[in-house]
Design a protein around this ligand. Structure first.
Ligand code: G2I
Length: 508
């Protein structure tokens, strides 16, 4: 398959990269011991570590069939702060025949995410692939209306339920020329700006991304993307972010200057994100390939963390059990941080270490005898540990009005310092609808918000927080609930706020 393959690098360049990868992997292995270790608190999740770095999420792709695999969903629901549907929001699933929409599969993913306090990256509105035949058969004069209708219907259906949309996916060929598609053929490059404007009109709050592969490092394709998004920004087209898929392979070398490449896009005033990360290898795995894979995962995390506007990292499903790789690249695989048996691999430890976990618990299990042991070092540094989740504090209002449940998951980074994710459910317990609202509460001293939160606009003055509705959740019907949230940091010891007002009326 040529799609997603990477042009092999010149031999000298590859030797330098792999040489440095091996050296760094040796350092990593040198800090590990294989002896038994005492039981201890669970490690923070990858999502918690990412939040700790001031970012929005660490996520995974998933698919509908996998949601009936309970051991799989246990990890999916707990380790990640964001979900991307791998297939279920694509055009062939959502609008298989013209103007007949079926949101069942996408809705199932959203329901799972909501039940686990996860945000959703919507993927994808306009793509040349997984496009039903009727789109390709349309006369050119009908394509724009069909595209706009598809975007409008889908983005409207998921309004308020997705954090972001990959509005346009994979617009370029590897040489940086525009890829032909029914959209490009009918509208030329103008389809891209039109798609973003249509998406913004349908959902003003979702962050709108353009997404592609082989743009992770500098090169002709990344340059083409850079000049496209520069031009979109200068025309005032509503684009918020660029997604770098990150489908890497140990045999093709690491992308050139990835951090600097992400940074130049961020400098245009855009968010950037790693959206589909995996690092495949030609099977069977051996210790050298695994060491290179570990280094690539480390490098990607470092590149993202090195760029303030890199908001998140998504792996393209988390386990080899459900990876797309073996079905597309015959003889390749082992691309993800969890193996087919849902055990953590060394790649998991590499990611966690790059996100600042200095002393992982020994729960990780290697899937390959060729892999370096992921057992933890017993360094003298303070162990990160996770406090038990704080009990939700509830403010019922027996007389009608509002009820607030503040569910926080705090974790400890070092003594007296940590982060937390707070998910707040506001219920209208009265008998009349609420139209427009402001929720007020005080953060305990020593606590701060680390980013702008989700599903509300947050104003912070000292410890006082005012969360105001966004357009799509301004109305709360009698008996209905809405969810909002944010990430924060604490010092001293963690406690949750206990009193809340909604429109200046106490929720208790
Ligand atoms: O190809 C990897 C990814 C590259 N970037 C865009 C992503 O959307 C893309 O995802 C993959 C899915 O992970 C695969 O699961 O896209 C593939 C199709 O382009 C997906 O594969 C398809 C199979 O080709 C179909 O035979 C199958 O019916 O998955 C479908 C649903 O399982």
């Amino acid at each position: 398959m040529s799609a997603y393959s990477r042009t092999p690098r010149p031999a000298l360049w590859r030797a330098v990269i792999i040489g440095s990868a091996a050296a760094a992997a040796a350092l990593l292995v040198a800090t590990m011991s294989t002896g038994p270790t005492p039981a201890r608190a669970a490690d923070p999740t990858l999502h918690q570590l990412m939040v700790n770095k001031g970012r929005v999420y660490f996520g995974s792709a998933t698919d509908n069939g996998e949601l009936s695999d309970t051991p799989y969903t246990t990890i999916l629901g707990s380790e990640f702060g964001s979900i991307t549907p791998g297939n279920s929001m694509k055009w062939d699933t959502i609008e298989p025949t013209q103007n007949t929409f079926n949101f069942t599969k996408g809705d199932a993913i959203v329901t799972f995410a909501q039940a686990h306090n996860q945000i959703v990256r919507g993927h994808t509105l306009v793509w040349h692939n997984q496009l039903p035949g009727w789109v390709s058969s349309l006369p050119a004069a009908s394509v724009q209306a069909a595209m706009e209708n598809h975007i409008t219907q889908e983005a409207t259906h998921y309004k308020g339920k997705v954090y972001s949309w990959d509005v346009v996916n994979e617009p370029f060929n590897d040489d940086g020329t525009y890829r032909t598609s029914p959209f490009y053929n009918a509208m030329g490059t103008a389809y891209i700006a039109d798609a973003f404007r249509t998406a913004r009109a349908a959902d003003p709050t979702a962050k709108l991304y353009i997404n592609d592969y082989n743009i992770d490092g500098t090169g002709a394709k990344a340059d083409a993307m850079y000049s496209l998004v520069s031009s979109l920004k200068s025309q005032g087209v509503p684009i918020d972010g660029v997604g770098f898929q990150g489908h890497l392979a140990v045999q093709y070398g690491f992308p050139t200057n990835m951090q600097a490449n992400l940074q130049r896009f961020a400098a245009l005033g855009l968010d950037v994100a790693i959206t589909e990360l995996d690092v495949r290898m030609v099977l069977p795995a051996d210790s050298s390939k695994v060491a290179t894979q570990n280094q690539y995962y480390t490098n990607v995390v470092n590149a993202c963390i090195g760029v303030t506007r890199c908001v998140g990292i998504t792996i393209w499903d988390y386990t080899d059990k459900y990876s797309w790789v073996p079905g597309t690249f015959s003889g390749q695989g082992s691309a993800l941080p969890w193996d087919e048996n849902l055990l953590k691999k060394p790649a998991y430890s590499a990611i966690a270490a790059a996100l600042g976990l200095t002393s992982p618990s020994p729960s990780a299990s290697a899937s390959s005898s060729a892999s370096p042991s992921p057992s933890a070092s017993r360094s003298a540094s303070p162990s990160p540990s996770v406090s038990p989740s704080a009990s939700p504090s509830t403010s019922p209002n027996p007389g009608g009005g509002c009820k607030v449940v503040y569910a926080a998951s705090p974790w400890t980074e070092s003594a007296g310092v940590g982060g937390f994710t707070a998910n707040i459910t506001i219920t209208n317990t009265g008998s009349t609808p609420i139209s427009g609202w402001s929720l007020k509460f005080s953060l305990p001293s020593g606590q701060t918000l680390t980013q702008s939160g989700w599903s509300a606009t947050y104003a912070v003055s000292g410890q006082a927080v005012t969360a105001t509705n966004v357009s799509y959740n301004s109305a709360i019907a009698a008996g209905a609930s809405i969810g909002i949230g944010f990430n924060g940091r604490w010092t001293g010891s963690y406690t949750s706020p206990t009193s809340f007002t909604l429109n200046n009326v106490a929720c208790s």
